[in-house]
Design a protein around this ligand. Sequence first.
Ligand SMILES: [Fe+2]
Length: 235
Amino acid sequence: MSKIIVLADLHGNMTAASAMENEISILSPDEIWFLGDAVGKGPQSAETCDWVRKNCSRCIGGNWDYWMSDRNITYKDNDFFREQLGEERLKWIETLPMEFEALISGIRFRLFHGRPAADLVQGWDNDDAMGKFFSANGKIYGGIICADSHRPFIRSTHMGYAVNTGSIGNSLGVPKAHALLLEGELDRDEPAPLRMTILSVPYDNEAAAEIARRTEGLPSKEAYINEVLTGVYSR
Ligand SMILES: [Fe+2]
């Protein structure tokens, strides 16, 4: 039985990442996988980028990561975050693929961020809308694991399981740090039991907001602070 933590959307919030790190150290997983958006929005993009590089064995990029890198996708707030990150980190971000797959307990999962590999996957999408995400790369997958919506969910659809890790640093809905714990048989074709658990970890939201307040020039600062404190999308 392998124990894997899948996480995403740290968004420069090291206060939340540190709280999740404590929980991860207690759970002691075999691997940690990253599903995109290490950077942007929050004030500590360099730190959360370094945390991902140090701790995660499989990594993909999210829409914010790609906005920072040189992929001809421009965004008005690029300059602030690019300066924080520096050339070496940006080069690493540019190497990130958009998706990977994993065979767990007999289910072939497609793991991707959401945008830009596909559309934003929301927990309230109906089964028919979810269906298109299971077909990609000339394959039909038995499950999808994504992020991007910043809200965790575990759904059973007529195509298979649809799972979202939620966000570490910029949760919408409940403003705690979220991640996904998978316990199953990795790289195994035969069906076997699989546990899927949403980790919900409280952190010091006010301390995270205060770091943002003190960060001069942080783009959309008030929106970020409000999201961290309330979980209400504010952009
Ligand atoms: Fe995100």
